[in-house]
Write a protein that binds this ligand. Structure first.
Ligand code: 13P
Length: 267
């Protein structure tokens, strides 16, 4: 099937990004997928089960926002649901990149979000990088798992799976993937050296006003990152974090106890 939308430039950029994610080791074997929303509204995407280093423009497929395949001789990526979920919820987004880069995916497997205020570049461009609960890859569960974050984050760790980033165009989405993996690598090193030290509220506020003045970009709409512990404005002060698993265990335990209690009351 011939492509309906002849956006040559986007096709070439999409292929180039596939090559880069393969070269950088952000994916292995046939992992990962990339898509873009063309000016016509059609979504151009990688097909399923192909090594991203081998992708050519002729392999790409087109689908509509409902996931109906419009062109391409191969099947669309099995993660199309997640891509379409992002496009439907974010009219400002025109590209999605999904990879399994080793450091960021390590954090996703350890269920540790990259949510501290550590790097000015990351704070300004991404804010906190949240962790979505585990969802079975290739199912609509993945879209559901990122629903709480999709509007306020442009990069999300997918528990025990990988990372998804998105942006105004293909390069923007791809650079965010580079940024997430680079940040995860540095945080890993910092943790080996005794732990990274987050910025203070004043330091983050100074960044915000510079970002607004110089670039007209205000990151306060993004998920707030965690400040230096105990500092004024520390959004972690006096609280503690629970993992999704710990939270579920506690809820289940409370449910069991309540049901035992109500059984006893009935007797
Ligand atoms: P596809 O080959 O279907 O795009 O899936 C790869 C992948 O990474 C699934 O998460």
């Amino acid at each position: 099937m011939m492509l309906l939308d002849n956006s040559f430039e986007e096709r070439n950029i999409l292929v180039e990004i596939c090559r880069r994610i393969a070269d950088k080791g952000f994916v292995t074997a046939t992992d990962g997928n990339v898509s873009t929303r063309l000016p016509s509204g059609i979504i151009l995407a990688t097909p399923t089960s192909i090594n991203k280093g081998f992708v050519t423009a002729a392999d790409l497929v087109e689908v509509n926002l409902d996931g109906v395949q419009l062109s391409g001789s191969r099947m669309p990526s099995s993660e199309m649901d997640m891509h379409l979920f992002i496009y439907r919820n974010r009219p400002d987004v025109n590209a999605v990149v999904h990879c399994h880069p080793p450091y960021a995916t390590g954090f996703a497997a350890a269920r540790v979000p990259l949510n501290e205020c550590l790097f000015p570049e990351v704070i300004v461009n991404l804010g906190a990088i949240p962790l979505a609960p585990y969802a079975t890859p290739s199912t609509p569960e993945v879209g559901d798992s990122i629903a709480p974050f999709v509007n306020n984050a442009d990069a999300i760790l997918l528990s025990n799976h990988g990372v998804v980033t998105y942006g105004k165009d293909l390069w923007d989405a791809y650079f965010k993937m580079e940024k997430v993996e680079h940040a995860a690598h540095i945080v890993f090193v910092a943790r080996m050296l005794g732990g990274a030290k987050p910025l203070s509220a004043e330091q983050v506020e100074k960044l915000r006003s510079i970002s607004v003045e110089s670039y007209g970009k205000d990151f306060s709409g993004k998920i707030a990152c965690k400040l230096e512990h105990g500092a004024a404005g520390d959004n972690d002060a006096g609280t503690f974090a629970l993992s999704q698993e710990e939270y579920t265990l506690i809820v289940e335990e409370v449910k069991k106890r309540l049901s035992r209690h109500s059984e006893k009351v009935k007797q």
